[in-house]
Design a protein around this ligand. Structure first.
Ligand SMILES: [Zn+2]
Length: 148
């Protein structure tokens, strides 16, 4: 089990316009976790990438969006069997779990090797995923820096 970057994020100015998308990361478990789901137009790409790892959307147990910007939450709708963690909000369908307090520094434990913590970011409710694997400890931060 180790984080797999399905897509590299980017931000760039081109032809007078600004383009950006997040990195999308898979932790193949169990539990299976997808971190940041890109824009609403990236669903087919995500499905194909998961298929290469012998997974479907229904195999994903958790979706974590490091923050609520549109290029990080666009394909959350694909993962109907997963618990969704978007910034500090934890939900399943229309049920929001109010028993977790990221703002107080409380860690959200997904498994012995995967946890979600509140971290500074460019919104007030950013989170990062900390993964312990055979690669060591990895932090998936979302928009830590802009790749140009
Ligand atoms: Zn952002």
């Amino acid at each position: 089990m180790a984080p797999i970057v399905l897509f590299d994020g980017y931000s760039k100015f081109q032809d007078g316009n600004y383009y950006a998308n997040c990195s999308c990361v898979l932790i193949k478990g169990p539990p299976n976790v997808v971190i940041d789901t890109m824009t609403a137009w990236d669903g087919e790409r995500i499905l194909e990438a998961l298929q290469k790892h012998s997974l479907t959307c229904d195999d994903i147990n958790y979706v974590v969006c490091t923050h609520g910007h549109s290029d990080h939450i666009g394909c959350n709708y694909l993962f109907k069997k997963a618990i969704h963690i978007v910034g500090h909000a934890v939900s399943f369908r229309d049920k929001y779990f109010s028993d977790h307090n990221f703002a107080n520094g409380e860690e959200y434990i997904i498994s012995d090797n995967i946890k979600v913590i509140s971290t500074p970011g460019h919104t007030l409710q950013d989170v990062s995923v900390i993964v312990q694997s055979n690669m060591g400890i990895t932090a998936i931060t979302g928009d830590l820096f802009e790749k140009i």
